[in-house]
Design a protein around this ligand. Structure first.
Ligand SMILES: [Zn+2]
Length: 271
């Protein structure tokens, strides 16, 4: 099942061994077992994420959607959550941008919590004030920070006036550490759209800075005051120490050094 030390995906195996589509679930089981053997951190596979993005057709159950997914595997569908994000941000993004952002978000991080946070944001799984007010009539749909505006996911994570200084500090941090020009946009900060336009050696640290920022925002989203950028710096130092202790079977040393080299050179931030 391996080619050049990489686990083959189901499409490759199908072509090589003439497998029927009905073997897809067996493939998933074997792959999960092999990943356990290698003691690698579980990575959400981009293809599986596409499955969750597939729009529901009527009352079809999840098994039906799996079969639809197998039949329609090569088509990347812009899902309803993606269309919702585009409406809120006020810009449309081409499907290839969504596809590469989803792939980046699901395959880059070593920590399951980071993968989970990025998937939950793209799929809009968070319970925000406006969503809760629809589920529980009578409750307020206003932002928890009491800015007076409706607490949508876009507002709570990005557009709240109380977050303006926080996100400015985060993008300043990226510029200072990585010496790159970066425009503060919600599509990059929340969804990793256009992260592929940055140099390869900067991309992973940018992603880690942004995912930690998002986690810090969600951790404090019920507080009246916005979070501090220092909490993001502290979390990044913890992740840097964690990855430095990972065995080489779990992280590529070149990738680790490329990610954390600029961070460790920024003595101002390293603790
Ligand atoms: Zn607000």
């Amino acid at each position: 099942m391996y080619e050049r030390k990489k686990l083959m995906d189901f499409e490759q195996l199908k072509l090589k061994y003439n497998l029927p589509n009905s073997e897809f679930l067996s493939y998933l089981r074997i792959r999960a077992y092999l990943e356990t053997l290698h003691k690698s951190t579980y990575k959400f596979h981009g293809d599986l994420i596409k499955l969750f993005h597939m729009p529901k057709k009527g009352k079809t159950n999840f098994t039906r959607r799996i079969y639809d997914f197998i039949d329609d595997k090569n088509t990347f569908v812009k899902s309803p959550p993606m269309q919702h994000w585009e409406r809120e941000i006020g810009r449309e993004f081409p499907q290839d941008k969504w596809a590469s952002a989803t792939k980046y978000a699901t395959l880059t991080f070593k920590c399951v919590a980071h993968c989970e946070a990025s998937i939950k944001t793209t799929l809009r799984w968070y319970f925000t004030p406006n969503r809760l007010s629809l589920m529980y009539p009578g409750t307020s749909a206003c932002c928890w920070r009491q800015c007076g505006q409706t607490g949508t996911l876009y507002h709570i994570l990005w557009n709240c006036p109380k977050l303006k200084e926080f996100w400015s500090s985060i993008f300043l941090l990226i510029r200072q550490v990585l010496q790159v020009e970066v425009e503060p946009t919600p599509e990059l900060a929340l969804l990793f759209i256009r992260i592929a336009t940055f140099p390869t050696n900067s991309r992973r640290l940018i992603g880690l800075i942004l995912i930690h920022s998002k986690l810090v925002v969600t951790r404090h989203w019920k507080a009246l005051e916005p979070p501090a950028a220092s909490e993001v710096i502290s979390a990044l130092n913890t992740t840097c120490r964690y990855e430095s202790k990972l065995p080489t079977t779990m992280i590529n040393i070149t990738l680790r050094d490329m990610t954390w080299g600029p961070w460790q050179k920024s003595r101002h931030y390293v603790q």
